[in-house]
Design a protein around this ligand. Sequence first.
Ligand code: GDP
Ligand code: K
Ligand code: MG
Length: 281
Amino acid sequence: SEKITVALAGNPNAGKTSLFNALTGARQHVGNYPGVTVEKKWGHVSLGGQEVEIVDLPGVYSLTAYSLEELVARDYLVQEKPDVVVDVVDAANLERNLYLAVQLLELGVPLVIALNMVDVADGRGLKIDPDKLGRLLGVPVVPTVARRGKGVERLLDEAVEKARRQKTWRPLELSYGSDVDQALGELTAKLGGVGPALSPLSPRWVSIKLLENDAEVQKQISRELQLDGQLDPMRHKLAEHLRLTMDDDPEGVIADYRYGFIGGIYRQAVQETRAHRLELS
Ligand code: GDP
Ligand code: K
Ligand code: MG
């Protein structure tokens, strides 16, 4: 069978490198991503004759183009199209860490979540139901303690299984409220005709990035498609409307809806025990 590539994504300090080490042992390589001084680490592991390559992506909070790390991580996903992404989330800071998970779901990559640091979360009185979390997010969630190698075998099994099962990207479509959704609809319709040129990105994802004022995607669109003149008025109209009605910009509104989605899931999948509430008070 062909080699399967697994990319490890996650916030800084979520435990990516610990997981990478637990998975690959000594079979590691270090280099740089093309053209930038961001370190790239990759390694190999064999699973019942299946060769698996594991890539440790730079730690990021988001998939916007605000930092070099975010851009490198995003470009790697879009250009190299790993067979599956494992998002390493810090269970003790779950809500904040799920912001990246939601963006990976919106991008549509085949995804598995490593619910890492469950020992720390337990110690703080956070009871997280991994199966419920997985059902609500629509992806497998595997509890791990990367530092001690706990859960790592099952995680690798789930990742390989996911890579075999999901061969195409399936973007999660969230609502960002009626104003943004309407502008998204208009932009997506304009971009729809050039869909194949954007692959593996969906026209809707590109539209979201344009509304988020993503300079890299804007550059790419104006370089590869002759559409700038048609898209700018739509973006500006929405920005002006949101400024007047909500005193906010499209990025802010979109982020709020993402956090709303996350909050709903968190309340259903996580029980903050009395011990946790006492620790916070
Ligand atoms: P990265 O920034 O995502 O690569 O995170 P690291 O792998 O460097 O981990 C950050 C810190 O958390 C290190 O001190 C690790 O030893 C520790 N760590 C990683 N995973 C776990 C875990 O599951 N439980 C605990 N208690 N500590 C962990
Ligand atoms: K670190
Ligand atoms: Mg690291």
